[in-house]
Design a protein around this ligand. Structure first.
Ligand SMILES: [Zn+2]
Length: 440
């Protein structure tokens, strides 16, 4: 039997960047079959089919579900990488599922994973949801981080010798080891391979700070050569300028951070803007800078000064890339550190508005339309259009007037994924006389 749902009187933000309009959205089974603007519906006489469940969205915004572009469902508010390793795989899978569902409840219907903490955590959650065992968001599952020895994620410290099944990051050196790591990730069933191309702010002790490119270009090429024929995507932790250039030259599709990208690197990103996505992942450094004290963290003044500098550099770079038409997406390492807790992911949209100065509509387009493209389903995901998958939110409020309404769990009143209501706070109002199911 077909399932028919019509959302009436909706103030629609359709994800394309068009101005909001009032419309009825008709959903049949998994897809949107019509978006009927108010005057049109009346003149065409299009009626709601018998057996349709009607959801009156008067006073609400209906918009596409959000995509989280830098997601780590297995990073459960990390205190230390050692603690992540100590979580047993079975427990870790359940924690990952819990986080995926939490994000769904908060309006993220698509998760692009930026890395898993163990080999098959993302894969197991993705597949369990796809098999219908649990409601959950769409997920592109990631591998563990793959990193040259002596870099971000390498906690082996010469002594631990962690097995692949537990290691936080897979250390690989040379073309053969990167090839093997990528092939094993493909064997696990991942969709995205993650490589650490540069160092990071806190890895100077291993001579791998955020300005340092730690990988060899042929190592990146080796990973891309595994990914390409298997239709996997490659994403990179990449803060250094030379690293960005390597990524673009070698066909890495997602460049995270890109903090220090110089003019030449930005030119290259611009030239590749139809195939590359950039996500600065602002949540983590911004909350480290502004909110560390709330978590009892007492860091030296120098660390805060460095964060401030890094963020100013990031902001200038992201504004320039945005101006050049490069797709810059929200998604900010939520859960990767205690200052930036899992579930607060919609704060990243606020950071794009307040910190980067992007217009709210463009931030919504980035999180929806560009998100659908990031999920490699741009022709059917991320917008409210006839023929598209019915992944949408009913929001109590106007995110264009105040982007923060998307952070309020209670104001995300309904979440639909593939035509199925996975959260429905409006159901109560539809019971009894209020519930209007057109007569058969
Ligand atoms: Zn990350």
């Amino acid at each position: 039997m077909m399932t028919r749902i019509s959302l009436t009187n909706a103030r629609v933000i359709d994800g394309s960047g068009a101005d909001p309009f009032t419309a009825t959205i008709d959903v049949v089974d998994h897809r949107i079959v019509a978006v009927r603007r108010d005057g049109e519906a009346a003149t065409s006489g299009a009626a709601i089919e018998p057996g349709t469940e009607v959801i009156d969205c008067a006073g609400r915004t209906v918009m596409p579900g959000l995509t989280e572009a830098h997601c780590h469902i297995s990073f459960d508010n990390v205190v230390s990488m050692e603690a992540v390793v100590a979580t047993q795989p079975e427990d870790h899978a359940l924690i990952s599922l819990k986080n995926a569902q939490m994000l769904m409840e908060r309006g993220f219907t698509s998760l692009y994973s930026a890395a898993a903490a163990k080999p098959r955590l993302d894969v197991a959650v993705r597949d369990a949801i796809a098999r219908g065992l649990f409601p959950g968001p769409r997920i592109r599952a990631a591998s563990q981080e793959m990193s040259p020895s002596g870099n971000l994620g390498d906690i082996d410290n010469n002594y631990l010798q962690l097995p692949r099944s537990l290691a936080f990051a897979i250390t690989a050196d040379g073309v053969d080891e990167f090839t093997k790591a990528a092939r094993l990730a493909a064997r696990d069933g991942v969709d995205n391979i993650k490589i650490n191309v540069s160092g990071d702010r806190d890895w100077g002790h291993m001579h791998a700070d955020d300005t340092t490119t730690v990988i060899a270009e042929e190592e990146v090429a080796a990973v891309v050569a595994v990914a390409g024929p298997r239709k996997l995507m490659v994403s990179a932790h990449c803060t250094s300028s030379e690293g960005v250039k390597i990524c673009v030259r070698q066909g890495v599709q997602v460049v995270y951070h890109a903090v220090h990208a110089d003019e030449e690197a930005r030119d290259m990103l611009e030239a590749a803007k139809d195939r590359v996505f950039v996500a600065p992942a602002l949540g983590l450094p911004l909350t480290m800078l502004r909110e560390a004290a709330d978590y009892g963290l007492k860091w030296p003044a120098e660390r805060f000064a460095n964060l401030e500098k890094e963020l100013a550099t990031t902001r200038a770079c992201m504004r320039d890339l945005h101006r050049r038409g490069v797709r810059v997406l929200p998604g900010g390492d939520y859960g990767a550190f205690i200052t930036n807790p899992m579930g607060t992911n919609a704060r990243d949209l606020e950071h794009f508005v307040d910190f980067l100065g992007f217009p709210p509509m463009e931030v919504l387009v980035a999180a929806t339309k560009h998100g659908g493209a990031l999920m490699q389903r741009g022709g059917e995901l991320g917008q409210l259009r006839a023929g598209y998958l019915a992944d949408l939110l009913v929001v109590d409020g106007d995110p264009l007037a105040d982007i923060r309404v998307l952070q309020d769990h209670d104001r995300i009143e309904a979440v639909m994924i593939g035509g199925r209501l996975v959260k429905d706070r409006l159901a109560e109002g539809r019971r009894g006389v209020e519930r209007r199911v057109a007569a058969e």
